[in-house]
Design a protein around this ligand. Structure first.
Ligand SMILES: [Fe+2]
Length: 780
């Protein structure tokens, strides 16, 4: 089965309850061992005792914390996931949940099974720790509660301790603000072939009103309404740790960000923290040892993959001293930031970490943690400006770790970080102020899944005074895929083409390699593709698509650029030779179909030969074509009263009320207009309204004429635009459109024998209720 298709196909299979019970009957022995229901719970015939009318597995399934002999399986019963009391539509009773682990996706070879109690105290979440599995193997699992069965998840155990591992692939992610963007990164990650995913925090973001346990539960449930997040969980085991936003921005130990000195503040914050920890545990595949106790949660822990790699998963929030200073993204370096008495990790965790590093026999030793460890000075002048929430604000702890690495020399230390919503590759230096000092370790900072990077310009402006930063990009959301062998570690910065488009495609922005024994990453040279521009094209006419190509290698490279087009399009192929480190903008011509307006998703194909990789953001782009205005009966570029017009087109702005001589215009309440200042004359602006309906009158000449209306929005997602006339539905765009996605909607108007005036009644639906018109044309 094609790897990426397996989950969908597997989960579309109808599975009868009978086969589930039949299968579990064969493993009665394993069931008995794992049967952990307390005696007080009524449990006559466990699986049949409760009838759900709705699917209780709305939040999906997950596995996590892989060890050589097993994983923890997670689910939560929530037939109504966003129920206001935070209980997911469940009542106040215990429900036995049966689980099964099989070697095959059809569950013919079930190897372990058991029952856990989903209790209201834990929001009916289930954390089933499975033991006795084979090391380094793939398994499938599912749950059953009452009369309902969950979808099937896939997981993989860690290899045997000390065993020789030739390669391992994993991804790390962080920062998935629900309002920041969509989860195209997860959608694409779910189609990768990785052994597991490490989540470095900001799994959820607090809202102004997240205060109670119910609030935190609802917030987690909201995030899990994303099918893409659920798909990633169902496909790979996750190793998770939190950062600040699971509770609130920049919290530290028992101190709220707001630093208010009111007497009840600490108490209030500890209650908030306890509620957040509880909900975090309830919604993630964490082992029972991480279950919060007395308002604390144990998250720092170790994962070993044979002799190849060891992960020290850290918690840099719960034990840290309060930030020495504020200022965003940086502020003048506070003297307290270097105070040796202050800590980022706490003494116990520090001891655990250094001990772990000194005892490790793995080739690569990872510190999986939250904030950027490398020094970064935001001040390009005399002063020093740092972010005190990151390791720059906790210099003593950073020095302790880096000194330990320098003197005890654990094998290949690599730090992976999140928090900062941008992609970085950093040298961790013995002396950050001296570019010639020794590089002790490598840091890879992954961009966010969805959260935005409003401080990109501040970072870019200061890169020149921070030469140990080898790479920075704040434009794209995504994840980092790491391919590790005994000889090398490769990090691929996988980014999606758009933060707001749930279907955005993924590409590799850049790749870096660390060689065994040589700290510091080297960029893998290739051809970088950027700035694809395709303006509105005229039907049947050669139209340019421009793209910038840069050669990141030390050799001249011949690059072949073409455009994949549908049958009725034509396109040319361009070959260009790029000098070493050379860059060039090339135009590739395409010819859209003649005479009719078309919207089409096209993609560039860039080939630099077998030895040279191609990097960059997505190669997909949206093409819009329209016949030249002088061949049309009516050619209207809709938008504001002053914005630029597509050549050969006339203006349709809110000011164009009906005038018979012009042959078009609004009747009654006119709409408003938006100019997104993005894309070309036709696509950048449009008229819109949600007054129902807005009337646009057209003078239609005799005979039947085809009309096309272009709808879409350069910057935001848009909804359905609906056209009616004389009480009849003429056309609608349907569905929701992604930002930058446009569609021509066609319909016919009959001018009769002598021509007549016809009123279009335009309404919006879906999304925000607005209709949008970027252009309107009438064919002869
Ligand atoms: Fe974040």
């Amino acid at each position: 089965m094609v790897h990426e298709k397996w989950l969908e196909e597997m989960n579309s299979k109808k599975m009868s309850r009978r086969s589930f019970l039949g299968a579990s009957g064969k493993t009665a022995f394993a069931t008995a061992i794992s049967f952990t229901i307390p005696y007080s719970i009524e449990n006559k015939k466990a699986d049949a005792s409760f009838t759900f009318t709705e699917n209780p597995f709305t939040l999906g399934v997950a596995s996590g914390d892989p060890l050589p002999d097993g994983v923890v399986l997670w689910t939560r019963l929530a037939p109504n996931p966003l129920a206001e009391d935070g209980l997911g539509g469940m009542t106040n009773i215990n429900i036995p949940v049966h689980w099964e682990v099989a070697e095959d996706e059809s569950f013919k070879k079930i190897v372990r099974s058991g029952t856990e109690v989903a209790a209201p105290e834990l929001a009916h979440s289930v954390h089933a720790e499975v033991h006795g599995l084979g090391a380094g193997r793939e398994y499938y699992y599912r749950f059953k509660a009452g009369n309902k069965m969950s979808l099937i998840g896939r997981t993989k155990t860690a290899p045997e301790y000390g065993s020789h591992i030739k390669n391992l692939t994993f991804a790390f992610v962080s920062c998935q603000s629900w309002t920041g963007g969509r989860y195209a990164a997860y959608k694409n990650l779910a189609e990768e072939n990785v052994d597991f995913v490490v989540h470095l925090g900001d799994y959820t973001y607090e809202k102004r009103d997240t205060e109670t346990l119910a609030d935190f539960r609802i917030n987690h449930a909201l995030y899990k309404t994303s099918p893409d997040l659920r798909a990633a969980h169902a496909k790979f085991p996750f190793i998770v740790t939190f950062d600040d936003h699971e509770i609130e921005n920049n919290w530290a130990k028992d101190v709220s960000q707001s630093d208010r000195e009111e007497s009840n503040e600490r108490e209030r914050f500890l209650a908030l923290r306890a509620a957040s920890f509880q909900a975090y545990y309830e919604h993630l595949p964490l082992r029972v040892r991480s279950k919060p106790q007395n308002g604390q949660i144990l998250l720092y822990r170790k994962f070993t993959y044979g002799d190849l790699i060891e992960f020290n998963v850290m918690d840099t929030r719960q034990y840290r001293d309060d930030q020495a200073s504020e200022g965003f993204p940086g502020g003048p370096l506070a003297p307290e930031a270097s105070d040796p008495a202050r800590t980022m990790v706490g003494s116990e965790q520090a001891e655990w970490l250094l001990k772990s590093l000194s005892q490790s026999r793995a080739r690569w030793n990872v510190l999986a943690q939250q904030t950027i460890m490398a020094q970064f000075d935001y001040d390009t002048g005399e002063g020093i400006s740092v972010n005190h929430d990151q390791w720059d604000g906790y210099r003593a702890d950073r020095d302790r770790i880096l000194k330990f690495i320098e003197y005890r020399r654990p094998s290949n230390p690599v730090v992976i970080s999140g928090d900062w919503h941008s992609s970085w590759v950093n040298d961790l230096k013995k002396d950050f102020n001296n570019p010639h000092s020794k590089t002790l370790a490598t840091e890879f900072v992954g961009t966010s899944i969805s959260s935005g990077c409003g401080w990109k310009d501040d970072v870019e402006a200061a890169l020149s005074v921070n030469p140990h930063i080898k790479f920075f990009n704040g434009d794209y959301r995504g994840y980092v895929r790491c391919q590790v062998t005994p000889k090398s570690w490769q990090s691929d910065y996988r980014v999606v083409s758009s933060a707001s488009n749930p279907d955005a495609t993924v590409s590799t922005l850049a790749s870096f390699i660390v060689k065994n024994g040589k700290p510091g990453a080297l960029r893998i040279g290739g051809v970088d593709v950027s700035n694809i521009v395709a303006n509105t094209m005229f039907s049947g006419k050669p139209s340019p698509v421009s793209v910038t190509l840069s050669n990141g290698t030390a050799k001249a490279v011949e690059v072949d650029v073409s455009i994949n087009v549908p049958k009725n399009w034509k396109s040319e192929r361009v070959t260009i030779v790029l000098e070493p480190s050379g860059s060039s903008t090339v135009e590739v011509m395409v010819i859209p179909p003649a005479q009719i307006p078309v919207t089409e998703k096209l993609s560039l194909e860039v080939n630099a030969g077998k030895k040279t990789q191609v990097f960059g953001a997505s190669l997909d782009f949206e093409a819009v074509s329209v016949p030249s205005g002088d061949t049309l009966l009516l050619a209207l570029d809709s938008g504001s009263a002053t914005s630029a017009l597509l050549p050969s087109f006339s203006r349709l702005s809110p000011e164009d009320i009906w005038v018979a001589a012009k042959g078009y215009g609004w009747i009654g309440t006119a709409p408003s207009a938006r100019d997104r200042n993005k894309l070309d004359e036709l696509q950048r602006d449009f008229t819109l309204s949600r007054n129902t309906p807005t009337i646009l009158r057209l003078a239609v000449p005799s005979g039947v004429h085809r009309i096309y209306i272009l709808t879409g929005d350069a910057s935001y997602a848009s909804g359905n635009t609906v056209i009616r006339s004389e009480g009849r539905l003429l056309a609608e765009s349907g569905g929701e459109f992604n930002p930058g996605q446009f569609k021509w909607i066609p319909f016919e108007l009959d001018g009769g024998m002598e021509g007549r005036e016809i009123d279009l009644e335009i309404t919006g639906a879906l999304k925000d209720g607005y209709w949008r018109i970027a252009a309107l044309v009438m064919l002869p």
